[in-house]
Ligand binder design. Structure first.
Ligand code: GLP
Length: 272
């Protein structure tokens, strides 16, 4: 596991964007798994800058969204409608600013008529695309990956999941409140790639910033593997792992000195 610690959120985001860009340059038709949340915002903005100023080319890149609220969604082919979907977030933060092709964007459809069937088809699409080369991940305050809430099987597949009160509170603050949407109108269910499905990617890039993530980051990376902290499944991952943290998010780790030392010895991007 490569654990990269940078002083600030901006610095860690630049590192993370560099890693994604490196994947795109090495494999122009790579498949990216994309995370939503406040954590990756600066990473996406840096990727947009690289596209505009350095010609980073998304024309052959395919993307799969990691998670989505049930009951919201967007059709990229239809006119703009306001909603709080994760699809909308990625459209606003990344897709619309790059040359990614619409047909290469795969979204979890929060408005699917039969969500269970949709989840199976989505996983089939990932397989048809050759699997995910680089999966971006954040971590929830309760240790979740995507919307795999505590108690989710570490072998779980893409499915509908009920959200915990903590996740609802956290995400209300970050997204819904800003848009003036009442708490009661927030969806209580989501579609999420399962932990088992995430573990099938070739490489993982997990990011976290801020003091409020410090304890859960330490539990996920250095604590026991447990379905109560679904991000701890990172310890079972067989592919290339890079965890990018700012100082605050790294502040509860026990082996920081070792991670910094290791980075000096092995200062290069690592993909499988
Ligand atoms: C949400 C998302 C996760 C994300 C997490 C952290 O619950 N489903 O995919 O990693 O929140 O979000 P943030 O980056 O805003 O802290």
């Amino acid at each position: 596991m490569n654990i990269i610690i940078r002083d600030t959120y901006q610095e860690m985001s630049r590192y993370a964007a560099g890693l994604v860009a490196s994947m795109i340059r090495q494999k122009p038709d790579c498949v990216l798994g994309l995370a939503t949340g406040s954590t990756p915002i600066a990473t996406y903005r840096e990727l947009v800058r690289m596209h505009k100023e350095e010609g980073l080319d998304f024309s052959q890149v395919k993307t799969f969204n990691l998670d989505e609220y049930l009951g919201v969604g967007m059709d990229l082919g239809k006119p703009y409608e306001m909603d709080q979907s994760y699809a909308r977030f990625l459209y606003e933060e990344l897709f619309r600013h790059t040359n990614i092709r619409k047909e290469n964007i795969f979204l979890l459809d929060g408005l699917a008529k039969d969500p269970d069937e949709f989840c199976k088809v989505y996983e089939e699409e990932i397989k048809k695309s050759g699997g995910i080369d680089l999966q971006l991940l954040g971590i929830g305050c309760d240790g979740h990956w995507a919307f795999n809430e505590p108690g989710s099987s570490l072998a779980s597949r893409t499915r509908v999941e009920a959200l915990t009160k903590q996740t609802l509170d956290d995400n209300y603050e970050s997204f819904y409140k800003k848009a003036g949407i009442p708490r009661e109108q927030m969806p209580h269910f989501a579609i999420t790639m399962g932990v088992g499905a995430i573990l099938e990617a070739r490489n993982i890039l997990m990011m976290a910033n801020g003091r409020k993530k410090a304890v859960v980051v330490a539990k996920a990376i250095e604590g026991p593997v447990t379905s109560l902290i679904t991000a701890s499944a990172i310890q079972l991952f067989r592919g290339g792992i890079t965890v990018v943290l700012d100082r605050e998010a790294a502040s509860e780790l026990k082996y920081t000195e070792h991670y910094l030392h290791r980075e000096k010895l092995k200062n290069e991007f690592f993909f499988q």
